[in-house]
Design a protein around this ligand. Structure first.
Ligand SMILES: *Cc1c(COP(=O)(O)O)cnc(C)c1O
Ligand code: SF4
Length: 332
């Protein structure tokens, strides 16, 4: 039996990287040669792996990677129309940790931990500060999945499902593969980009060694996030014929220019990743400073369409509580 929290000597390299991540804003700012006054104390702590920080431009307070992760005073502003549960997820909960919003697909929240704390995250109010994985009571969720033959795809989300260790992930996948109506196993994860060392040959075998067809959706918002280590991790996944998609969020001050979006599209293509979705920001309390108006989002997509082949242009969508799918936002 493996210990739940392995000692440092037993840790995998990715677990050591996570344990060594920046958690103090002052330390990250000092590392980048920036003024400690650029941040502000907020309730949800900073979490940034060192490999990700290494992709930021030292001395640039407007760095698009830094902006995604640095706590700012704007998070404390209460904005009308912004809530702590913007997608009304409570209503879609079929069992603890199981969300069923769309036909045929179910979302399983397997951990509350992430490899990074994204300041715009729509689940920011349900995250725990702990970085360790914690599958809490998934038994009822698994029973609900077993009881619904209409579900063909299970989506592992969280938190970040790839923060589960191999033992936990293998056990979970075995339980899912035993449900005959499930066909696909999808993972939504920032780990290939944030902790590329997590994409080990063992993990790849685990994902391809199941009856279920694997699909991975990475979350990337800017080409600068996709450094050499992330590229190598994506290569390992791609060579194993795991379909790779990207889902980004349109964020003010991060990627709200057609040049930045085009560079991301090109980089994703070069790495074998389909540019699946570009989401409008979910109106979560504390993230209003990232919002891009809908009219501007449409204009950006028009500009992208004029510049790139159609297959490099993501679907611009937003999520509306109660809708039968993510809703496309017409670029016309
Ligand atoms: C986004 C989402 C999905 C997946 O939607 P796709 O359009 O298939 O990518 C499934 N379930 C929930 C609850 C979601 O939020
Ligand atoms: S990795 Fe995903 S779930 Fe975790 S903080 Fe970032 S956006 Fe939220």
């Amino acid at each position: 039996m493996l210990a739940r929290s392995p000692g440092r000597w037993q840790m995998q390299p990715w677990q050591r990287e996570l344990a060594a991540a920046f958690t103090r804003p002052a330390e990250l700012l000092a590392y980048l040669g920036l003024d400690p006054a650029l941040t502000a104390p907020v309730a949800w702590p900073l979490l940034v792996p060192r490999g990700f920080a290494a992709l930021m431009v030292p001395g640039d307070p407007a760095d698009p990677l830094l902006r995604q992760v640095l706590p700012s005073a704007a998070e404390g502003l209460a904005t009308p129309g912004y809530s702590t549960d913007p997608l009304a997820e409570a209503a879609a909960r079929r069992a603890p940790g199981l969300l069923c919003k769309y036909r045929g697909r179910a979302l399983l929240l397997v951990t509350k931990a992430c490899a990074v704390h994204c300041r715009y995250c729509f689940r920011r109010h349900s995250h725990t500060p702990a970085t360790g994985p914690a599958i809490a009571g998934l038994e009822a969720a698994l029973q609900a999945l077993a009881a619904d033959p209409g579900i063909h795809e299970v989506i592992l989300s969280g938190g970040d499902p790839l923060l589960l260790d191999d033992v936990a992930l293998r056990a979970l996948i075995a339980r899912l593969a035993a449900l005959p109506h499930l066909r696909r196993l999808r993972l939504h994860t920032r780990v290939p980009v944030l902790l590329p060392a997590r994409i080990t040959p063992t993990l790849v075998d685990l994902l391809t060694g199941t009856r279920l067809a694997p699909v991975m959706v990475i979350h990337t918002n800017h080409a600068a996030e996709l450094g050499d280590a992330a590229a190598a991790a994506l290569d390992r996944l791609g060579r194993a014929r795991i379909p790779l998609l990207n889902q980004g969020v349109l964020l003010r001050g991060v990627n709200d220019s057609s040049a930045v979006l085009a560079a991301l599209a090109e980089r994703l293509f070069a790495l074998g990743v389909i540019n699946y979705y570009l989401h409008l920001l979910d109106p979560v309390q504390g993230a209003a400073h990232f919002a891009v108006p809908r009219s501007r989002a449409r204009a950006l997509l028009r500009a992208l369409r004029a510049e790139l082949p159609g297959y490099l242009v993501p679907r611009l969508v937003c999520e509306v509580a109660g809708a039968p799918s993510k809703l496309p936002i017409d670029a016309a």
